[in-house]
Design a protein around this ligand. Structure first.
Ligand code: UD1
Length: 367
């Protein structure tokens, strides 16, 4: 029997870990035995940033909750490492599996490796080559010490090979985030405010902003919001506000907010209902660009680079950056119906987690 510790810490981890747990449970009903322990670091801790996702996606109660949320980059990383080291020493494991690129991913990978425990990284190998993003540092560090690499794209495979990872460590399995999307598409739920705002399919925009470079500084955020409000015409903009962004919005000129419908962060099912039926998404997230690619929804990304180039080359995503003129041009193109159509990247088919668990079971035979 293989013992695996699964790490989940922040919102974008939860939809990645859910299908892996389901695939393990399924394999176990067929007689294969993987014993797992789910550790929640507590990086995200609000009902709306964490618990809702556990409830909606049927993720079981974590075996351990480390409560290491908040603080600076170093404080948060250190707090997760201190707490996870104790947990792993008390509950030894054959393998620690981390997903994505958040601080919890890197902190737990380092901790595990220093306790001579093997590390598997899901969503390995993607790179923005932009070291001003904390996530890029997390990706590089995690990949530099991982033993098993589960990848979403050939771009990721190439980056890993280029950095010296052996072919037999790389498993191109597809995209676990898309597993969750496809498994839940029929359950997407119209939010209550749909009727109040008289929303119609294809006639509103949904926006998310949370990158430090865009939202930590009032003038950067005002510049983005000015460009959007000047060029969105009558299109309603629904803006679920991330906790990081909420703090800065308090200092933004109120007239820039009148065009926006500001709401608390949404759960998975309501958020993706809104994405699926939107005219477009404006975002600075990486994961959302994968979901819009699969749902075929135009996506305007307010970043200069992406670690997911396939969402632009094959999908519906375009890197627009934050120059106001470029934002306005992108919105003009969108609202005049000129946006490109996309296609779905290979293996983004809802079966990535099953492929991961197959590799883990083969590993079990070798242990
Ligand atoms: C983190 C991830 C980012 C991911 C994002 C999704 C890192 C480096 N960044 O960024 O990759 O895209 O999550 O949301 O790991 N806060 C709350 N309630 C919560 C969670 C956070 O109020 O439930 C507050 C924190 O106390 C902090 C701020 O929001 O003040 C930012 O949280 P943090 O986890 O540091 O980073 P995110 O910006 O959420």
């Amino acid at each position: 029997m293989t013992k695996i510790t699964l790490i989940a810490g922040a919102r974008p981890n939860f939809m990645k870990i859910a299908p892996i747990i389901q695939a393990i449970d399924k394999a176990n009903t067929y007689g294969r035995k993987i014993e797992y322990r789910l550790v929640h670091t507590g990086q995200h801790y609000d009902q709306k940033m964490s618990h809702t996702f556990f409830e909606e996606l049927g993720i079981p109660e974590p075996h351990a909750y480390l409560g290491a949320g908040g603080g600076t980059q170093a404080e948060q990383t250190a707090a997760i490492m201190l707490a996870f080291e104790k947990d792993l020493l008390a509950h030894s494991s054959d393998l620690v599996l981390v997903v994505g690129d958040v601080n919890s991913t890197m902190a737990c990978a380092i901790t595990a490796k220093k306790l001579n425990t093997r590390v598997a990284h899901v969503e390995a190998g993607i790179r923005s080559f932009d070291l001003t993003m904390p996530e890029e540092i997390n990706r590089m560090v995690t990949d530099s010490i991982s033993d098993l690499f589960f990848t979403t794209s050939d771009f990721a495979n190439q980056n890993l090979r280029r950095s010296g990872v052996a072919d037999n460590q790389i498993h191109f399995v597809g995209n676990v985030m898309i597993d969750t999307l496809l498994a839940n598409e029929q359950r997407f739920r119209q939010p209550d405010f749909w009727t109040k705002l008289d929303l119609k399919h294809g006639d509103y925009i949904i926006m998310t902003l949370h990158r430090p470079a865009n939202v930590d500084d009032v003038s950067n955020l005002e510049s983005i919001l000015t460009a959007i409000s000047e060029s969105a015409g009558d299109t309603q903009i629904i803006f679920p506000v991330h906790p990081r962004t909420r703090k800065t919005l308090e200092g933004v000129r109120p007239e820039l907010l009148t065009r926006l419908f500001l709401i608390e962060p949404l759960g998975y099912l309501e958020f993706n209902y809104l994405v699926k039926h939107a005219a477009a998404v404006i975002t600075d997230s990486g994961g959302i660009t994968e979901e819009t690619t699969v749902m075929g929804v135009p996506c305007i990304t307010l970043r200069q680079n992406t670690e997911r180039p396939e969402t632009c080359e094959q999908g519906t995503n375009e890197l627009v950056g934050t120059d106001p003129e470029n934002i306005k041009a992108a919105l003009r193109k969108l609202l005049s119906g000129q946006w490109k159509k996309g296609s779905i990247p290979p293996l983004w088919d809802g079966k990535a987690a099953e492929r991961i668990v197959q590799v883990l079971m083969d590993l079990d035979r070798k242990l």
